[in-house]
Design a binder for this molecule. Structure first.
Ligand SMILES: Nc1ncnc2c1ncn2[C@@H]1O[C@H](COP(=O)(O)OP(=O)(O)OP(=O)(O)O)[C@@H](O)[C@H]1O
Ligand SMILES: [Mg+2]
Length: 366
């Protein structure tokens, strides 16, 4: 089982200096508002996944008016302890080290280490814009297949160059043949992305369906559906239909100078007994659904990597009724970090087997 056994922070957000050890079970950070609970989870997430959940810029993680920040963790993994360090600078790229050696790519890092962040903002997965849902899906695929990101970046590069071309076609329609090679490239990269997303949507649907049932007792029935702007099929038919869709939309695209079809326009929707959860779900149902999406992410990672990710639960307990708080922590063998402003939100039998840390203005007491 993978877990974080030691964490050291220097000038990270409001933590001037911190050194702390953790055990593999449940760890609770409690304290008043604005003491550093979320910052601690963020540091663990950053160390594990090398990105910020809030997609904050690296520089924002550095304590105000400091030139750099340092984060170090020791992870217990099946291949022994792994020491990972990140040094962030205000004026240059971050440095990542493992076992004391600088690492420049993902593939060089221990792949057993990962974390999933649960935040009250997860509600945006249901209520926010389609791009939030696409990001959720893309990030999950990327965590399992690091090569996916290259294809995604290539796709977005083609889109932006193609959009520039569309704009110039508006002024100069005689050049319209010059778009064909772009269309072919777009369909090639786009069909790859779509096929991969459809693959994983099926897996996500299975997980979320089951999780939602366990929270809500089987009613209403939840379904996850991918809404594609290109007809869904095999990779080859997607590619063909994508090309046809582009031809059909050509005039409209030129007048708007924008690519109107493709995976960058798609969405993922959730249905409760067939009704769109955005419009017909209760607050509580939407919250639980968002939670299930993150739990599905953790479950899929655990299943495919053979190692459970660290779970970081930021303030999620207060939003659930008592029975559901327990459910989150049942049947999982992950290391868990929970933040709460009030220990009363934590069910007694969970509290009794947890390590409790108090967060007071950038320091920890235990
Ligand atoms: N780069 C930074 N440098 C210094 N302080 C920062 C930095 N970024 C955030 N802070 C401060 O860290 C403090 C703690 O923030 P954090 O979000 O961790 O609080 P919290 O304990 O989770 O509170 P809440 O219960 O309100 O969620 C805040 O006062 C915030 O302004
Ligand atoms: Mg917080």
């Amino acid at each position: 089982m993978m877990f974080l056994s030691n964490l050291r922070l220097v000038d990270f957000r409001n933590f001037k200096e911190l050194e702390v050890s953790f055990s593999s079970g449940i760890n609770i950070f409690y304290g008043d508002n604005a003491q550093g609970k979320t910052n601690l989870l963020e540091s663990i997430f950053y160390l594990s996944n090398l990105r910020s959940e809030k997609s904050a810029k690296d520089q924002q993680l550095i304590m105000h008016n400091k030139p750099m920040a340092y984060v170090k963790g020791v992870f217990d993994t099946r291949s022994g302890p792994v020491e990972r360090e990140i040094i962030l600078y205000t004026d240059r790229k971050k440095v990542v080290k493992e076992g004391g050696y600088q690492k420049n790519r993902w593939s060089e890092l221990c792949e057993d280490i990962s974390a999933v962040f649960f935040s009250p903002d997860d509600l945006l997965l249901i209520k926010g814009s389609p791009s939030i849902r696409r990001k959720y899906l893309d990030y999950l695929i990327y965590q399992l297949k690091p090569g996916y990101i290259r294809n995604l970046q290539a796709y977005y590069r083609i889109i932006s160059q193609r959009n520039v071309l569309l704009k110039s076609l508006k002024k100069n329609p005689s050049l319209s043949d010059s778009i064909e090679p772009w269309d072919l490239q777009l369909c090639d990269a786009g069909s790859r992305i779509l096929a991969e997303r459809l693959n994983y949507i099926e897996v996500i649907d299975k997980y979320v369906h089951e999780l939602f049932d366990s929270f809500c007792g089987g009613s209403p029935e939840l379904n996850v559906k991918y809404f594609s702007s290109v007809r869904i099929g095999t990779r080859e038919t997607i590619k063909r239909d994508f090309l046809i869709a582009l031809k059909h939309a050509r005039e409209k695209e030129i007048s708007r100078a924008f690519t109107l079809n493709g995976p960058h326009r798609d969405d993922i929707l959730f249905f409760l007994d067939g009704h769109d959860a955005r419009f017909f779900g209760s607050q509580g149902q939407q919250r639980i659904l968002a939670l299930c999406l993150k739990m599905a992410q953790a479950g899929i990672l655990a299943n495919e990597k053979g190692e459970s990710p660290i779970l970081l639960l930021d303030d999620v307990m207060s939003e659930l009724d008592f029975a559901k708080r327990r459910l989150i922590l049942e049947n999982n063998d992950s290391q868990v970090f929970i933040t709460t402003a009030d220990l009363n939100f934590i069910p007694d039998e969970i509290l009794s087997r947890s390590n409790v840390y108090r967060v007071i203005s950038g320091s920890l007491e235990w």
